[in-house]
Design a binder for this molecule. Structure first.
Ligand code: GLU
Length: 468
């Protein structure tokens, strides 16, 4: 591997839904790798067997796939690498950088209690750190790394700056438990090293871990990656994001009908900025993304902004791609699949649907005229426009529509003419036409609907109401 190559990773713990904070961290790592022509890896941190589930792993794959965050190569399972983690622990032991600790849980608890009573630090100081191996009992032991006790550890962080932690606050963390299983803290370092990770971009809740993990890097003589600890996401009230602020799982946002491109755009802006740019494409994000643009204070989640971006991304999206994404949204939100007929209709109507909607749900609502088949069954509000007078005008309109060339401008002329003949405005005729064609008061313009539906279907829908 060349020195300039960038390798990043996302390392989620599969213990529930995929949190949007994880999605944002994944996005930052993905953007950074893609920008530098580097590699982006996925490691599932399934070391905690009691909390890890296959369903949660599946949710991570689905979330990443929905967001289009493609990772390179095979997924790495942390648990599957347990032997390698143990090997490193034993290597540190052999090198004298780690030691066997025979302290039992009870002894550690007693140490802490005494420390508390005496007002000392409760950080466990193992009596085995400097013990003569000749005094070692024949008993199970944990392997602890020797952390420095004097001086300070400095984390050179790309977001937080130099963060100094007094070594008196560092414990000799356990790397291998007495049952031979590696700890998460060891596994992270070994995996990051073996996977060649050059940049660790992750939540700042891991900042304190970085100082502890440094002991393992130093013990093994490994290069420390570039750290970038990003502030966590807060709710609109400035408090740490929680369920009470609304949805936390990535998949919930897919089910709410936001396009993945908008979600990427929104998540990128959550903690990172490029001047005043709010709306940007994937290509721009890749071009612009850098660690300097990550802010030091927590970003606040704002659903309104996501909705606005959602509308803007839909408006510029490719029609066929939108249809495909809407189908995925319908499946994700447990709604009915589209028939071939509906899919084709939706695509041909997309040009007049995609502006103005802020979610796929709103777009699908607006698409009723093309998704539902006759009879249109107008709802109460739209049916108000269908009184005897308007039915009469619709009847008059029929022969004109039978003969008109099916072209938007001409249709407008024809409708305007018939309206005029009846001493009314075109706008007045639009209401009953809307009721007839869409069965709703909210729809695309009547002329767009006529163009999409075609002459025959338009006339049939009018006939359904006029009866002739
Ligand atoms: N598994 C950790 C988490 O889900 C991430 C650890 C890391 O990025 O180093 O929070």
């Amino acid at each position: 591997m060349s020195h300039t190559e960038v390798v990043t990773r996302i390392a989620p713990s599969p213990t529930g839904y995929m949190h949007i904070g994880t999605a944002r961290t994944a996005l930052f790592n993905w953007l950074f790798a893609r920008k530098h022509g580097g590699t982006f890896l996925l490691r599932v941190e399934d070391t905690d067997r009691a909390r890890s589930t296959p369903e949660a792993t599946e949710a991570i794959y689905r979330g990443m796939t929905w967001l289009g965050l493609d990772w390179d190569g095979d997924t790495v399972s942390q648990f599957a690498r347990a032997d390698r983690h143990a090997e490193v622990a034993h290597q540190m032991l052999a090198d004298g950088a780690a030691y066997k600790c025979f302290s039992t849980q009870d002894e550690i608890a007693a140490f802490r209690e005494a420390a508390r009573a005496e007002g000392r630090s409760t950080l466990f100081r193992s009596p085995w750190r400097d013990a003569d191996p000749a005094t070692h009992p024949d008993a199970p032991f944990a392997i602890r790394v020797k952390a420095p006790q004097e001086g300070a550890t400095v984390i050179k962080d790309k977001v937080q700056g130099d963060v100094t932690i007094q070594n008196s606050e560092l414990d000799d963390m356990i790397c291998l438990r007495s049952d031979g299983t590696p700890t998460y803290m060891l596994a992270v370092v070994v995996d990051d090293h073996d996977m060649g990770i050059t940049h660790v971009i992750r939540g700042d809740d891991h900042l304190a871990n970085a100082a502890r993990q440094m002991s393992v890097y130093n013990a093994m003589g490994w290069d420390v990656p570039v750290w970038a600890h990003i502030p966590l996401i807060h709710g609109p009230d400035g408090k740490k994001l929680s369920k009470r602020h609304g949805a936390l799982g990535v998949e919930e946002y897919q089910a709410m009908g936001y396009p993945a491109a908008a979600m990427r755009n929104y998540l990128a802006r959550l903690g990172w900025s490029h001047g005043d740019d709010e709306f940007f494409t994937d290509a721009q994000a890749r071009d612009w993304f850098d660690l300097d643009g990550i802010g030091r204070s927590p970003a606040r989640f704002d659903l309104k902004k996501l909705e606005n971006l959602s509308g803007q991304h839909m408006a510029v999206a490719d029609d066929a791609a939108l249809v495909a994404e809407i189908e995925a949204y319908l499946a994700a939100s447990g709604q009915q699949e589209l028939s071939d007929h509906q899919r084709n209709g939706l695509e041909s109507a997309m040009y007049c649907l995609k502006g103005g909607a802020k979610s796929f749900g709103q777009l699908v609502d607006k698409a009723r005229f093309v998704l539902k088949s006759r009879p249109m069954e107008p709802d109460e509000k739209s049916a108000k426009a269908l009184d005897d007078v308007s039915r009469g005008i619709l009847q008059q309109l029929t022969p004109h529509l039978q003969n008109a060339s099916w072209n938007r401008d001409l249709l407008e002329e024809v409708v305007a003419q018939v309206a005029e003949q009846n001493g009314t405005k075109m706008g007045k005729l639009a209401q009953p036409l809307r009721a007839v064609l869409a069965g709703r008061t909210v729809s695309p313009s009547v002329f767009d609907m006529m163009m999409v539906l075609g002459r025959e279907e338009t006339l049939l829908r009018i006939q359904d109401v006029t009866g002739t």
